[in-house]
Design a protein around this ligand. Structure first.
Ligand code: KG4
Ligand code: ZN
Length: 374
């Protein structure tokens, strides 16, 4: 069984081919390619949906050819076609889903519409045949969720962010500090040489199963002028508004107060910047670890998993791994290349569904707000 999957939920175009190993029940990745558009969107300060979808149209056919060549398979030999059907940007999702549906119809093969978050949450099991019940922390640029995973397709949301996602927090704070996009890796780099205890930053909603990261961003915003490194946003004209793009590429109103956070003024003091990054990372990691362990205890599982772009963060992996060990949980995460957006995780989720005889109708629409579970 060979599956081809496309992932075009935001600004990454990704295509992968996965095969069930002969004589094994696991799967083997034959090819996986990701074309990033980060550079094209950076100048706009966020993802521009129109630009993203046009780029998917350019990249997808090239990547299809490339993965087929690498995998040494003809597209006609593929047994099923899958694509991310949500959540994400409508105009981007449409490209990948339309290509997968077209190929499925053209070659008379099954089509699978895959939830992007399901791709992330199953990725720690990549290549394996079976999923073990677990509490899964999915931390990406658009989502922060803890989920009780009972089996493939059987999910219960335990907690989710009430405002910014963890990755969004990293990205917005990096912007405040004048660092590049995406902010997570930039903050992690600086944090490695900083003091995580220098600034006592807020850990919001400590007694809730939900998450909140916008208070941390606000705390950093108001700390910077006090440190004398960035103009005080409170002294700016708060009345005027402009239209801008948020980190997920959506147009929204923006006050002058918020606009001031977009001016990339990097604090000149390297030690200060490193300590700030380290304190920010510590605050985010601390909350994620504490809430995930509490959820695992409450739901009586043996296994904790973490996935999504933020799970590339070495401090998060280390601290969550250590906390799991202390509390007697097994801990599983995907390799870093599988944590950020890719099509291999979509192909893997599709493979597990096909094994359960689940496929989708080609009339199934994309859904920008597709829910994982209630
Ligand atoms: O899963 P992903 O590639 O895309 C979405 O589905 O959103 O996640 C992207 C997010 C970005 O916010 C980025 O800053 C964050 O993952 N990220 C990191 C690291 N690498 C990527 N955050 C913290 N530390 C990292 N090393
Ligand atoms: Zn993602």
């Amino acid at each position: 069984m060979t599956i081809l999957a496309l992932e075009t939920s935001c600004d990454e175009t990704a295509v992968a081919i996965l095969r069930c190993r002969n004589g094994h029940s696991g799967s083997e990745l034959l090819a996986s390619e990701v074309a990033s558009q980060t550079a094209e969107h950076e100048k706009f300060g966020g993802v521009v949906p129109e630009v993203a979808s046009r780029n998917h149209l350019v990249h997808a056919p090239r990547l299809l050819e490339r993965v087929a060549r690498q995998a040494k398979v003809e597209i006609s030999q593929i047994d099923a076609f899958a694509a991310t059907s949500g959540p994400g940007l409508a105009s981007s999702l449409m490209i990948g889903a339309s290509i997968a549906k077209g190929l499925a119809i053209g070659f008379g093969k099954p089509y699978l519409a895959i939830n992007h978050l399901e791709g992330h949450l199953l990725s720690p099991f990549f290549g394996e045949a079976k999923i073990k019940a677990n509490v899964s922390l999915v931390v990406s640029g658009g989502h922060t969720m803890s989920i009780l995973v009972r089996a493939v397709g059987d999910y219960k949301i335990i907690g989710r962010t009430v405002d910014d996602a963890a990755g969004e927090g990293f990205d917005k704070i990096a912007k405040l500090l004048g660092l590049g996009y995406p902010g997570g890796p930039e903050i992690e780099k600086r944090a490695a040489n900083g003091d995580p205890k220098r600034f006592d930053l807020p850990r919001s909603m400590p007694d809730s199963e939900n998450f909140s990261f916008s208070g941390l961003k606000t705390a950093v915003r108001y700390l910077l002028p006090k440190l004398g490194v960035i103009p005080n946003p409170a002294t700016r004209d708060e009345g005027s508004h402009s239209r801008s793009l948020d980190s997920r590429g959506l147009l929204r109103d923006q006050s002058a107060n918020e606009r001031s956070t977009r001016s990339p003024r990097r604090p000149r003091d390297d030690k200060l910047l490193n300590d700030l990054c380290s304190s920010v990372q510590a605050a985010i990691v601390d909350v994620l670890v504490r809430k995930t362990i509490a959820a695992a205890k409450k739901h009586d599982v043996d296994l904790v998993t973490v996935s999504g772009g933020v799970s590339c963060n070495r401090e998060l992996r280390k601290q969550l791994g250590e906390a799991c060990k202390r509390h007697g949980f097994e801990f599983k995460t995907a390799e870093p290349w599988l944590c950020t957006d890719n099509a291999a995780m979509i192909a893997f989720a599709a493979m597990l569904k096909l094994k359960n005889d689940v496929s989708s109708s080609v009339t199934q629409e994309i859904d920008p707000n597709l829910a994982l579970a209630i």
